[in-house]
Design a protein around this ligand. Structure first.
Ligand code: SF4
Ligand code: SF4
Length: 151
């Protein structure tokens, strides 16, 4: 694994190695929830608790991450160049925070040992509080807007 010490403080997002970029993601799963975006794609974004078909709703992890785009073609492969259009990401997302010039969330696993990270992370992960899109039609999904995602 190719990661430089405190890379998140020292290098701009577009200069990160692949391993560094991946390590920023906490795997909260929020970006895998169905959401309704407004024209500005931020201010009136509404998240639902309905998750992409590949999300394991118990763990909050993608069940087929290496092959995800062959199953879910519109799964976003996030890059630094895309971030200006992705301010709908949750406020705790490390990519969004670093793009906005903010620090990593205080509980991020790059800053702490696993135990402390897990205790705080549970508040932000979708694990155990989402349902699969396979169980709902479009009209039913519109009824499942939630307020626990903060953008
Ligand atoms: S919202 Fe950000 S931290 Fe959470 S899974 Fe998506 S990219 Fe990773
Ligand atoms: S394919 Fe995987 S990573 Fe992509 S949105 Fe679905 S669950 Fe998330």
């Amino acid at each position: 694994m190719k990661m430089r010490p405190k890379f998140w403080e020292k290098y701009p997002l577009h200069e990160l190695f692949d391993d560094e970029w991946e390590a920023l993601c906490d795997g909260c799963g929020v970006c895998c929830l169905v959401k309704f975006l407004d024209d500005e794609q931020v201010q009136f974004t509404e998240y639902t608790d309905v998750a992409c078909q590949l999300l394991d709703c118990q763990t909050g992890q993608c069940s087929n991450y290496p092959n995800r785009q062959s199953v879910v073609p519109d799964c976003i492969r996030l890059t630094a160049d895309m971030l200006p259009q992705m301010l709908w990401l949750p406020r705790h997302c490390a990519y969004k925070r670093l793009y906005l010039g903010q620090k990593l969330p205080s509980w991020h696993r790059l800053l702490h040992g696993t135990t402390q990270h897990q205790a705080q992370f549970a508040k932000y992960s979708v694990a155990g509080r989402c349902v699969s899109e396979l169980e709902f039609d479009e009209a039913a999904i519109e009824e499942r807007v939630v307020r626990w995602v903060k953008i």
